[in-house]
Design a protein around this ligand. Structure first.
Ligand code: ATP
Length: 363
């Protein structure tokens, strides 16, 4: 598979601020990539560098096989890059059809008309071709913006928080329409988002950015289940950190044995709320004694925060039907089949051999 976008050693500063720092990135053709990271980490700057709205101070940017920044400079309008921003940025005085036709001015008018119909069909908005932007809902405007970006058949579409101005239920629908339009046309896309669920659900790859660099690049499951650092573990979902110590069978945290390896005495264990089981004490039930400290109703789940004997707390999602009142004594353990990530300092350790699922240091 050939690359659609390649960045090599790309840096960009604004005065004293290093927005993007010696960054390497390869996006394959047809992929949807989600970039996520805290505010100010350089996500939008990266998109602007690919679009040609900024020039890199160092490094090269290529779109397809063509270098567009670095040794060469190709202006934005000749990069075959489509843009969709948070603010829909449609021309208010042009109809939907003319907004889309705007980027097709080099094609004969009959071809333009056919393409306008085609891209509006893709986003299920053929019926609004003659309306003006103010006659559309926010979600419709965003889908028209996508149609306009797709119309000239770009090599890559860059989407900068395209759904963030939409309310939650609409966002899910527009997101699904966007993904299916991108997939149907095989268009490569780089999407900037603040929303972890969005990144995990639509990215073929996710780049977790921090301070101008991509701290982890991986498939959603890798980024979520095998974070490379404390930062990624805490940024991509809720995580609690428990110190581990050496016991007879390997390395254990307060919730039980986590690995048979013994070579990392100062490790910490990363546990997420869906990985922690809580059960009421009974014969044959094992786990670390804990007391329910806080209970939050979260719709499909009930988040329980429990205090362990050490005074540390961990969170556990319980199904809708289970709600232990504050003060309930429970036994907490890492759910069967879960292999928690381990940290040494701020860096993750490579995946480790697992203990037998029932092992617990207290029993
Ligand atoms: N035109 C500019 N002039 C000066 N500084 C800038 C400019 N654009 C961005 N920056 C700075 O560069 C850094 C990266 O900004 P960027 O907009 O790329 O971050 P971001 O990750 O997209 O943030 P957000 O999620 O808040 O949109 C920030 O510190 C920002 O203040």
């Amino acid at each position: 598979m050939s690359s659609a976008v390649t960045l090599r050693g790309v840096s960009k500063s604004y005065g004293e601020t290093l927005a993007v720092s010696a960054l390497d990135l390869t996006v394959e053709q047809g992929e949807i990539v989600a970039l996520i990271g805290p505010s100010g980490c350089g996500k939008s700057t990266l998109l602007r560098l690919v679009a040609g709205l900024e020039r890199p101070d160092a490094g090269t940017v290529a779109v397809g096989d063509r270098v567009v920044a670095g040794a060469e400079w190709v202006p934005p309008e000749r990069r075959r890059v489509g843009l969709v921003f948070q603010e829909h940025a449609l021309f208010p005085h042009l109809s939907v059809g003319d907004n889309i036709r705007f980027g097709l001015d080099r094609q004969p008018p009959p071809d333009q008309d056919a393409r306008v119909r085609e891209v509006l069909d893709l986003v299920h908005l053929a019926h609004v071709v003659d309306r003006y932007p103010h006659e559309l809902s926010g979600g419709e405007q965003q889908r028209v913006a996508l149609a306009r970006a797709l119309a000239p058949r770009p090599e890559v579409v860059l989407l900068d928080e395209p759904f963030s101005s939409l309310d939650e239920s609409l966002r899910a629908r527009v997101r699904a329409d966007t993904v299916s339009a991108l997939r149907a046309t095989g268009t490569t896309a780089i999407l900037v988002t603040h929303d972890q669920t969005e990144a995990l659900s639509i990215g073929d790859h996710i780049g977790v950015m921090r301070a101008g660099v991509v701290e982890q690049w991986g498939r959603p499951v890798e980024v979520f289940e095998r974070p490379v650092s404390r930062f990624v573990a805490s940024f991509m979902g809720d995580a609690d950190f428990l110190p581990a110590s050496l016991v007879d069978g390997g390395l254990a945290c307060e919730l039980g044995l986590v690995t048979i390896r013994k070579d990392v005495p100062d490790a910490e264990v990363v546990v997420r709320p869906h990985e922690v089981s809580l059960r009421l004490p009974a014969a044959g039930v094992t786990g670390a004694p804990a007391v329910v400290d806080r209970v939050e109703y979260q719709g499909p789940f009930i988040l329980h925060t429990v205090r362990l004997a050490s005074g540390r707390t961990v969170r556990s999602w319980q199904p809708h039907s289970v709600r232990y009142p504050v003060g309930t004594e429970v036994l907490a353990s890492i759910s069967a089949g879960i292999v928690p990530s381990l940290l040494s300092g701020d860096a993750a350790l490579a995946p480790t051999p697992t203990p037998t699922p029932t092992a617990h240091p207290d029993r």
